[in-house]
Write a protein that binds this ligand. Structure first.
Ligand code: AMP
Length: 396
């Protein structure tokens, strides 16, 4: 194990995921999460090679949760001393951040300027940064942005056909997300294909509970399906993805809904959950569909169809396709969705290798297409390793 480790933090409003990573090889020494922060049920779960521990931390806030993590770390001989940097996942970097940044007081001010773009995520990210800076005042802290990778998108891809002043005066444009995952997967795709990343044209589908697709040319994002928020684009677990933009107005005017109710529908009650009426979890939907649950079958059909359409449209900015890559919980595990999408994209020359498709699950990386046509790859993502590597770059 390397003598310098990185603490990676991913803070949500009431949760905090952490990992202590050897940035030279990606090995995780410890990882876990604090959940239900600021409630009586708050708890911290820590996993290591020795097993899993659950520690009640009633009413703990982010700061106390980080202190509790440090206490756990201190019980492992010499581990705290090996932590040489902290990497923070930050959801939205607006147009201010094109790459990962060392955090100082000026950076925090700039981060606050992006808060309105991700009101559910960025305030929690900043809370985590401030708490961690208190606990580790002498370590370099680095912010790694989900949006930064997509700052290479040309104007034609990122400007909405709305009045231009809305972009200029209010920053209303497409930003894209999952950038840290795309950066990792694009590099790994080149390794898997034995080619140089700079010469590759790939479409990458990151399919988790939130899902997006990106067109990557020579390691640079050309376009992506998520927009100003992580709702645009393909079908998600509970979010609707792209719909007729006038539907919210219709719901307000004709069904007497408030904007809060509409927002609740678009973000929390749509997607796989909304169509199936059962679950946002792809595994549960696949099981129900196999048992003849018709709305689950429809949910999978809509999911695969819209995904295949999005992938095909993202070949346009590339003008060619060397590889289609699947990642994220669904992309790494759902042989059914992958098979269905590849079948619908047969006109691009994609051809499924059924045995390889069955093999590439649960963390197994590999090619799932035949040798003819563009490659189709499954690459398990590793956002934590990217964050750790970016943070390690600032170790003095
Ligand atoms: P993530 O947000 O990347 O953790 O992905 C979560 C999604 O991956 C959920 O919808 C899970 O149901 C889905 N998933 C995980 N394993 C499988 C599997 N074996 N088959 C289908 N979907 C899966």
């Amino acid at each position: 194990m390397s003598e310098s480790l990185v603490l990676v933090l991913n803070c949500g409003s009431s949760s905090l995921k952490f990992a202590i990573i050897d940035h030279t090889c990606g090995a995780e020494v410890l990882h876990g999460q604090a959940e239900r922060l600021e409630s009586a049920e708050a708890s911290l779960t820590v996993k290591s090679a020795d097993g899993k521990t659950n520690i009640p931390i009633a009413n703990a806030n982010h700061s106390r949760a980080i202190s509790e993590i440090v206490k756990v770390v201190q019980r492992v001989d010499g581990l705290v001393e090996k932590i040489k940097a902290v990497g923070h996942r930050v959801v939205h970097g607006g147009e201010l951040f094109h790459k990962s940044m060392l955090i100082n007081d000026a950076t925090i001010t700039q981060l606050r300027e992006c808060e309105h773009l991700a009101p559910l995520h960025n305030p929690a990210n900043i809370l985590g940064i401030e708490a961690a800076r208190e606990v580790f005042p002498d370590l370099p802290h680095t912010a790694v942005f989900d949006t930064a990778f997509h700052q290479t998108m040309p104007s034609k891809a990122c400007i909405y056909p709305l009045p231009y002043d809305l972009y200029k005066d209010h920053g209303i444009r497409r930003y894209g997300f999952h950038g840290t995952s795309y950066r990792y997967v694009s590099q790994q795709a080149a390794v898997e294909l034995g080619r140089d990343e700079s010469e590759l044209a790939t479409v990458i589908a990151h399919l988790g509970n939130g899902a997006s697709v990106a067109a990557v040319d020579g390691g640079k994002s050309q376009d992506t399906s998520m927009g100003m928020t992580p709702n645009e684009g393909v079908v998600h677990g509970t979010r609707c993805g792209s719909i007729d933009p006038s539907i919210p107005e219709y719901l307000v005017q004709n069904l007497n809904m408030s904007m809060d109710e509409v927002s609740d529908i678009l973000w929390k009650k749509s997607g796989l959950l909304g169509i199936s009426g059962l679950s946002n979890d792809c595994r549960s939907i696949e099981e129900a569909a196999a048992g003849d649950h018709e709305l689950s079958q429809l949910a999978l059909e809509i999911y695969s169809y819209r995904l295949a359409k999005e992938i095909a449209s993202l070949v346009v900015p590339l003008g060619r396709l060397d590889a289609l890559v699947f990642t994220g919980g669904i992309g790494e595990n759902s042989t059914l969705i992958r098979g269905e999408v590849i079948r619908q994209l047969g006109f691009l020359g994609l051809e499924l290798d059924a045995a390889a498709n069955e093999r590439c699950i649960r963390g197994q990386q590999g090619r799932i297409s035949t040798e003819s046509g563009p490659a189709v790859l499954v690459i398990p993502t590793n956002e934590e390793l990217m964050i750790a590597q970016d943070a390690a770059a600032f170790i003095a």
